[in-house]
Design a protein around this ligand. Structure first.
Ligand code: UDP
Ligand code: MG
Length: 248
């Protein structure tokens, strides 16, 4: 029997998350089983050096809906998203983190919102990170909004849902995952921000610290501001030939 074409593709970047993978697969299956439509889950193994690859291979034997993409080396979250978006077959694409800070159960809840807008982005209103991390993120969002002339409360939450065309063909850059709402709007799509649950990491350690997040940001900010201003937005149509020589 031919495999059904998935309606929804869930893309999950995953780097050294061995203690989260089994629970992630279990919870994702329970949550997506509820949407009542065929789905696929693309876990993008971002060059993990722990037991993640072995656990994912085991998962593929058990779950027909699981696809695994393996980056040749650790390439960062934006690259993992880009690779996942390119491979996704669904007309809806959702994204999550692998560490279960986002609740997969939120996907069926948010899915109907895509009837009204092109993209739904999670807002971790009650964020379960250290006080320092929360402060850092609040400042980052404030500066991001100021420089990129945005109004997003939480642009970097990984829990997002898109109509596939929003991200298909979108060429990303390092750090782009912090600007998805802006990039979507820049391309003319509508975005809605929706409060979502947030939990502490289920297991394992965070992959970012202050240094690899704060300082690279300024270049990205200027880049996004420039891109937003200079992005080509136009519509163009070909004229129909009139008169006797017209071929239809
Ligand atoms: N991640 C990745 N490649 C990296 C760094 C992180 O694929 O180089 C994944 C990681 O496994 C997790 C997600 O991106 O699923 C977010 O990372 P993390 O939880 O460390 O970030 P935080 O939640 O602290 O922002
Ligand atoms: Mg996390």
């Amino acid at each position: 029997m031919a495999e059904p074409v998935p309606y929804l593709s869930l893309v999950i970047p995953c780097y050294n998350e061995q203690d989260n993978v089994p629970e992630l697969l279990r919870r994702v299956e329970a949550a997506l089983g509820r949407i009542g439509k065929p789905f696929e889950v693309l876990i993008v193994d971002d060059g993990s050096t722990d037991n993640t690859p072995r656990l994912l291979a085991e998962g593929m034997r058990r779950f027909p809906w699981l696809r695994v993409l393996r980056m040749a080396r650790n390439s960062g979250q934006s690259a993992a998203f880009e690779a996942g978006f390119a491979a996704a077959r669904g007309q809806v694409i959702a994204t999550l983190d692998a560490d279960l800070q986002n609740d997969p159960e939120e996907i069926p809840r948010l899915l109907p919102l895509l009837q009204e807008v092109d993209m739904v982005t999670g807002w971790r209103r009650d964020r379960q990170d250290t006080a320092f991390r929360r402060w850092q993120s609040r400042m980052a969002n404030r500066i991001r909004n100021w420089i990129t002339e945005e109004t997003v409360n939480d642009s970097a939450s990984s829990l997002k849902l898109y109509r596939a065309e929003v991200v298909k063909g979108l060429k990303l850059f390092r750090g782009a995952h912090r600007y998805f709402p802006t990039l979507a709007k820049m391309r003319g799509y509508t975005v809605r921000e929706e409060p979502v649950k947030h939990s502490p990491r289920f297991a394992g350690t965070a992959k970012y610290g202050f240094r690899n997040r704060a300082f690279v940001g300024i270049f990205d900010l200027i880049g996004v501001r420039w891109m937003k201003k200079r992005y080509l937005r136009y519509s163009c149509s070909e004229l129909r030939r009139e008169g006797p020589e017209a071929t239809q």
